[in-house]
Design a protein around this ligand. Structure first.
Ligand SMILES: [Fe+2]
Ligand SMILES: [Fe+2]
Length: 274
């Protein structure tokens, strides 16, 4: 295994066109400031709030994203199904059924350093055909030669994410939680050397309710009746973590990256819900 130091930027769920533009707009400054060797993003909400399309995935890869992770909205857009099978660097939870489109892990390389990326889904309140805790083992087995391993544990329950952090401590470089869209204040390197955070947060409109226009979310909760949800366009932020490593499969530090989209950037609402 290489001793090459690595810096990994992981960015939480891109929500809608605004989330995508916020990420793409801030990425050059983040590259300049932190010089990440790897950029990994969760993009399960990037297509109008639900799912991802081949065109959007191509755009993210063209912007230099090394790997894309997903979650419970992975299959919202049918046109992505063949793409998930054909493209190595986009992953859906490894503990979905084998019969479902796509795969759960990949390896990306930068200057001779190999990063394994694994996507997992929690089993509480989310539909995942198999256990995250058992299915992580074959995934890690496949990634035997990777210098670093990043696990995106996409889960609703904090308990499952905390447990996965401890379960993998000392075996992987980082376990980062996604799905709740709200960043938690517990980013740290666990005693065995694994960087951990329960939830990275989202990249999208902080002015809504986890991405949805707040009036609609409140209406739904007030009336208990169906309400059509649209993606909010208020107060976009980028939320991520920066993980620094100097030893194989271990992290030296994890720090949160929480940045508002600069006020001068174009509002650009075209294609917002596409
Ligand atoms: Fe999400
Ligand atoms: Fe999710």
């Amino acid at each position: 295994m290489s001793e090459t130091p690595a810096t990994i930027l992981f960015v939480g769920d891109l929500v809608g066109g605004l989330g995508r533009r916020t990420f793409l707009g801030l990425l050059p400054a983040l590259r300049e400031r932190h010089r990440p060797d790897f950029v990994v993003v969760n993009a399960e909400n990037v297509a109008g709030g639900l799912g991802i399309t081949p065109k959007i995935a191509d755009g993210l890869f063209a912007a230099g994203v090394d790997a894309i992770t997903l979650g419970n909205h992975a299959y919202h857009r049918k046109e992505i199904y063949p793409y998930l099978d054909e493209h190595e660097r986009i992953v859906r939870p490894a503990n979905y059924l084998r019969s479902q489109p796509g795969h759960g892990w990949c390896v990306v390389e930068s200057d001779g350093t190999r990063l394994g990326v694994v996507n997992l889904s929690g089993n509480l309140y989310l539909r995942a055909g198999r256990s995250a805790f058992t299915e992580i083992e074959p995934a890690l087995g496949e990634l035997g030669a990777a210098d670093h391993v990043l696990v995106d544990m996409h889960a609703e329950a904090t308990s499952e994410k905390v447990a996965m952090g401890w379960h993998l401590d000392g075996r992987v470089t980082a376990v980062v939680g996604t799905h709740t869209h709200v960043p938690t204040a517990d980013a740290r390197v666990l005693p065995g050397g694994t960087a951990y955070v329960t939830d990275v947060g989202m990249t999208g409109p902080r002015g809504g309710v986890i991405g949805v226009k707040r009036e609609q979310a409140i209406q739904s909760l007030l009336t208990q009746m169906p309400v059509r949800f649209e993606t909010s366009d208020e107060d976009p932020w980028l939320m991520g973590v920066l993980i620094s490593c100097s030893r194989p499969r271990r992290a030296d530090s994890i720090e949160q990256v929480l940045m508002p989209r600069p006020a001068h950037s174009e509002a650009g609402r075209e294609g917002e819900l596409s």
